[in-house]
Every structure is written in structure tokens, then in C-alpha cells.
Design a protein around this ligand. Structure first.
Ligand SMILES: Cc1cc2nc3c(=O)[nH]c(=O)nc-3n(C[C@H](O)[C@H](O)[C@H](O)COP(=O)(O)OP(=O)(O)OC[C@H]3O[C@@H](n4cnc5c(N)ncnc54)[C@H](O)[C@@H]3O)c2cc1C
Length: 525
């Protein structure tokens, strides 16, 4: 067993949040940062081509998780999540949206002080670089370069016009914080290539001598001394490596990985931990609870004319509107420039889709241990459609999306509606379609939520309740899922986390650094 010492911060997971944290924390040359990632350092070349993202699901860059069988549908669903530098941002769909400000203000109202939209706005702005947008709301100097498609696909353009024809407002800036209406949204694509959080934040700072990044290293346990986290254990090439951390460990392993690791380390719901044979260190019932995702259904059309091959991500334009079941926009239609639908259904060989997602689901699921053995994947139950209001909202979504799909502006491309099929119009037929066509929108969140009540996992500063030296900063801390694709929100969460941590560094600024004993293998520079 090798032992590694001398780090002030140990960040677990080099995904969206981990890339931000490692880059921001290591800006202070007086602290030493170790970033540990289970996956590999480089993702294959085709992955860089934006339109190839669909084929990354099921690849070695995916953990290849599968949900437990869902009570509402009788089906278990693949739950892709990224494994490797950049994490899910290396395999995601590259849509860049913040969501409506109300969905962040709801966090503050639910007890997460300091996490309303106005509190997060500086961190959204700090994370991004945009041009031609309102600079009081959007960032212009941040690492993540985002922009709408410069040469949008004709189906995306026609889709926006069809939405306007169907009565939706034209959104001046879909990511502005009052996200509602139709428009070409921003994409995390630069010069025709995918841009992950690691490309934007981490790769440019790998030369820093106070930052080490270890890949192919699976963290399987937190090292606890009483209620203090003093480091982590990871396995690398069959060898176990122990890391001593003199400051803080930060979990950025994502909404499935972070609760998994906490529970493997004895931090979680005590009864469940005892059931699987894990010694309880801290009883925190909320760990792994409150799992949320945006459920998705779709309308699929065959093509009346050959559909040009996308140069982008197949999803350049969207519409957001209110179902009238909530106080803010809760339904999103994404124009997809290929026949995109559940693999359980048969679509046309050539065509396009309107993917309809519920952005404020009521259903809540969980992540639990299947075994105390770290290499056994956790059980994930999203509880899709468990709350019947989610089904009703998606039915309303399909009806409204159909109005868009049938508008004149799309007539040049529209062959016929293939899914659910033009004859299926009443609510009960559409409810059936929602169940049969259900897929994930890949936006897992909420399993280590911020708050001060008994079910909360971290406090307002993202410190794990009743544990010293340990924070969580990733998609899992969202008290409720935001009303947009989640990557932009995770960037802002991690920016704010780094800011909070820098205000209270583990040591004063006047210390002499011990020389870190570096991890033995695969440190990337
Ligand atoms: C297929 C797909 C498409 C998506 N499309 C979009 C989109 O178009 N727009 C959008 O905004 N969002 C999208 N998302 C969601 C978005 O990318 C995620 O919400 C975001 O990346 C989550 O960031 P995170 O830091 O919480 O987790 P991740 O980015 O998943 O990072 C977690 C990291 O931790 C590592 N890790 C986990 N466990 C361990 C361990 N035990 N030891 C060491 N390392 C570990 C993982 O390998 C991973 O690198 C998509 C996601 C997927 C999977």
C-alpha cells in the first residue's frame, strides 16, 4: 500500500464540478491540490466531434449504470454518466442553459441560504464567456466559451419559427435567467469541437506545480478518524493508495457517485448501512435520497426532404413554457435534428424529433448501496412518473409540442408524425405514450442536498453535516432540480464552492509548504 501526503485539498471526481474546483483552488499558489478521477485522461478523438455524443453512451467513457425496474413503467433504464477527465461534460449534449431564476430562488425559499439566483449570478457570469449578450447578466471573461450555433441547422431554425407561429415568445437570450419562449440556445462547442469543463478549466492549468491530477484511480473510501475526514483511499492498477489530506476533501463525484462514496464510508442512513454491513460513522438519513431527473418523452416525424447532417450537437434550439401546473416555465421542447426517441420504440429511418421534458418533476427517487463492496454499482431508483402530476404535465407538454410540430414553418421538413402517431390524440392515449416512450434527460441531481433540516446532507457552505473536513460540491447538492439542462448550474455551484473555500483556507497565507509526496502513477501534466 502506498501512502500520499502533503495536500491541502483533495477533490474526488474530475467532472464538471471537479474541473472547476481544481482550477480555482489551485489559483492560490500557497495550497496544494490533488484531483482524483476514476476514468481515463484522454477521451477518444471521435468524442470531440459534437454530433458523436449520442454514440458515447454505453462506451468506456460511461459508467454504464442502469436504474432499478421502475414501478410506473415496469422497465429499467440506462443512466449514462461520464467517466474520465471532464466527467459527464465530456459526453453530454452540449446544450448550455441556466433555467428560470425561480427554480434557484426555490432553493433559498427551501432553506438553502445564499443560493438564490441573485446569489449565484456572479458565479454564472464568472464561469462563462459570451459575446453579444447583456453583460450585466452574462459573463464575458469566464473559461467556458459558449455561443449559439453560428450556422444553425435548417430544422432548428424552422422549429423556432414554428414555436413563434404556435404562440410562443421569441427568447432574446434563452440563458438569461428569465428563460421562457423559443430560441437558439448556447452550446459548449468551440471551433466545431466539443468543449468539456476540463477543456475550459482544467487543461489550461495542468502546468501548475501545486496541482496534481491522478487518473484511472477509483476512490473507494473516505478515511475517517472519528467525525473528521482525513483523506481518501483509492485503487490504481491493483494497488491501494492512501491519501492524507491536511485540509479538506471535496466530493465532486456527481449525483450518483457522491452519495455512493459517502455511504461506502459509513456516512448515510444508518438502518440501510447496517443492512448492507457497513459500519455507521455518521447517521445522515438524507444521503442518496431526493434523487431527481427530468423525464423525457418525444414526438417523432419522418422527413419530407433529406435532412442535412448536423455540424453541431443535433439540439440547437428549444422552447420553454408553463404547463399552468407550476408558477414558472416547467416544460421544455428540444428540436432534435434526427429521429431521437426511446430505443424501445420504432421511429423512421430519416426524420427529426421534438423531445419534451418536464423540468420540475414531483417524483423523487434514491441512490442506495447494492453492496458494501465499492466496485459493485449502486442501486439507482429515479422513481420516474411515480407522481401522477408528472404524467399529466408531460401530456400537456406533448399536446403543446404537437401544435409546434404541426405549424406551417416546419411543413417543408415534415413528412408525417410517426410517434406517438397522428391517431393518438386523447389524454389517455398520450399518457400511454408517455409511459412507453420515457427516457432520461441525463440530469441527475439532489442526492446530497443543501439545507439545515434532518434530511439535508450539506450546510449552506456545502460542508457535510456532523462531519469535519468534508464538503460536497456537484449536482447532488441541488435541493430541487433546476428548470434547465444542468451543466451550467453545476459550473456555478462549483464556482461558488471554490469561493466559499478560498475565504477560509485550511491554513493562513503565511505558511511554508511541506513538499508533497506525489501519487505513484499516472499523474497527468
Ligand atoms: C449523456 C449526457 C448528456 C447530457 N447533456 C447535457 C446537456 O446537453 N446540457 C447540460 O447542461 N447538461 C447535460 N448533461 C448533464 C450534465 O453534463 C451534468 O449535470 C454535469 O456534468 C454533472 O456534473 P458533476 O460534476 O455533478 O458530475 P460529473 O460531471 O458526472 O463528474 C463526476 C466525476 O466523478 C468521477 N467519479 C465518480 N465516482 C468516482 C470515484 N469513486 N472515484 C473517482 N472518481 C469518481 C466520474 O468519473 C466523473 O468524472 C448530460 C449528461 C449526460 C450523461
Amino acid at each position: 500500500m502506498a501512502c500520499v501526503i502533503g495536500y491541502d485539498y483533495v477533490v474526488v471526481g474530475a467532472g464538471t464540478a471537479g474541473s472547476v474546483l481544481a482550477a480555482r483552488l489551485s489559483q492560490d499558489a500557497a495550497v496544494r491540490v490533488l484531483l482524483i478521477e476514476a476514468g481515463s485522461a484522454e477521451i477518444e478523438a471521435p468524442v470531440r466531434t459534437p454530433r458523436a455524443w449520442v454514440s458515447l453512451m454505453g462506451s468506456s467513457a460511461d459508467w454504464n449504470d442502469v436504474s432499478v425496474t421502475q414501478a410506473a413503467t415496469g422497465v429499467s433504464y440506462p443512466l449514462p454518466r461520464g467517466r474520465g477527465i471532464g466527467g459527464s461534460s465530456s459526453i453530454n449534449g452540449m446544450v448550455f442553459l441556466r433555467g428560470h431564476h425561480s427554480s434557484y430562488d426555490a432553493w433559498g425559499q427551501a432553506g438553502a441560504r445564499g443560493w438564490g439566483f441573485a446569489d449565484l449570478l456572479p458565479f454564472f457570469r464568472r464561469s462563462e464567456s459570451t459575446q453579444g449578450r447583456d453583460p450585466s447578466v452574462r459573463g464575458v471573461h469566464g473559461p467556458m466559451r459558449v455561443a449559439p450555433a453560428s450556422r444553425p441547422h435548417p430544422v432548428s431554425v424552422a422549429g423556432v419559427e414554428a414555436a413563434v407561429e404556435a404562440g410562443h415568445a421569441r427568447a432574446a437570450d434563452p440563458a438569461g435567467g428569465l428563460q421562457e419562449g423559443a430560441g437558439l440556445h448556447d452550446l459548449t462547442i468551440v471551433a466545431g469541437r466539443r468543449q468539456s469543463a476540463a477543456d475550459a478549466y482544467l487543461r489550461p492549468v495542468l502546468c501548475r506545480s501545486n496541482l496534481d491530477v491522478v487518473t484511472d484511480a477509483f476512490v473507494h473510501r473516505l478515511r475517517m478518524v472519528g467525525d473528521r475526514c482525513v483523506g481518501v483511499c483509492y485503487s490504481l492498477g491493483g494497488e491501494e493508495v492512501t491519501v492524507d489530506c491536511s485540509g479538506e476533501v471535496v466530493l465532486a463525484a456527481g449525483a450518483i457517485g457522491s452519495p455512493h462514496l459517502l455511504m461506502l464510508s459509513g456516512i448515510g442512513p444508518s438502518e440501510h448501512l447496517r443492512d448492507v454491513g457497513v459500519d455507521v460513522v455518521v447517521d445522515l438519513p438524507g444521503v442518496g435520497a431526493n434523487f431527481q431527473d427530468h423525464p423525457q418523452t418525444s414526438i417523432v416525424y419522418s422527413a419530407a426532404a433529406p435532412i442535412p447532417v448536423s455540424r453541431n450537437n443535433h439540439g440547437e434550439a428549444s422552447v420553454l413554457w408553463r404547463s399552468e401546473l407550476t408558477g414558472w416555465p416547467d416544460l421544455q421542447a428540444l428540436f432534435v435534428t434526427l429521429p431521437y426517441h426511446s430505443p424501445a420504440l420504432h421511429g423512421p429511418a430519416e426524420g427529426y424529433s421534438i423531445a419534451v421534458s418536464l423540468m420540475t418533476p414531483r417524483s423523487r427517487g434514491w441512490v442506495r448501496l447494492a453492496s458494501r463492496e465499492p466496485d459493485v454499482a449502486p442501486l439507482v431508483n429515479p422513481n420516474y412518473l411515480r407522481d401522477s402530476r408528472d404524467v399529466e404535465a408531460l401530456v400537456l407538454g406533448l399536446q403543446r409540442a404537437r401544435e409546434i410540430g404541426e405549424a406551417r414553418a416546419l411543413s417543408a421538413w415534415r413528412g408525417s408524425e410517426v410517434l406517438p402517431g397522428p391517431g393518438l390524440r386523447d389524454a389517455s392515449a398520450l399518457r400511454k405514450h408517455v409511459h412507453e416512450s420515457l427516457t432520461t434527460y441525463f440530469h441527475y441531481a439532489g442526492t446530497c442536498r443543501i439545507g439545515s433540516d434532518e434530511e439535508a446532507v450539506v450546510d449552506d457552505h456545502l460542508r457535510v453535516h456532523a462531519v469535519h473536513g468534508l464538503r460536497v460540491a456537484d449536482a447532488s447538492v441541488m435541493p430541487s432540480i433546476v428548470s434547465a439542462n444542468t451543466n451550467a448550474a453545476v459550473l456555478a455551484i462549483a464556482e461558488r464552492a471554490a469561493d466559499l473555500m478560498s475565504q477560509n483556507p485550511p491554513y493562513g497565507s503565511q505558511r511554508r509548504l511541506p513538499h508533497p509526496q506525489r501519487p505513484p502513477f499516472r499523474v497527468i501534466r
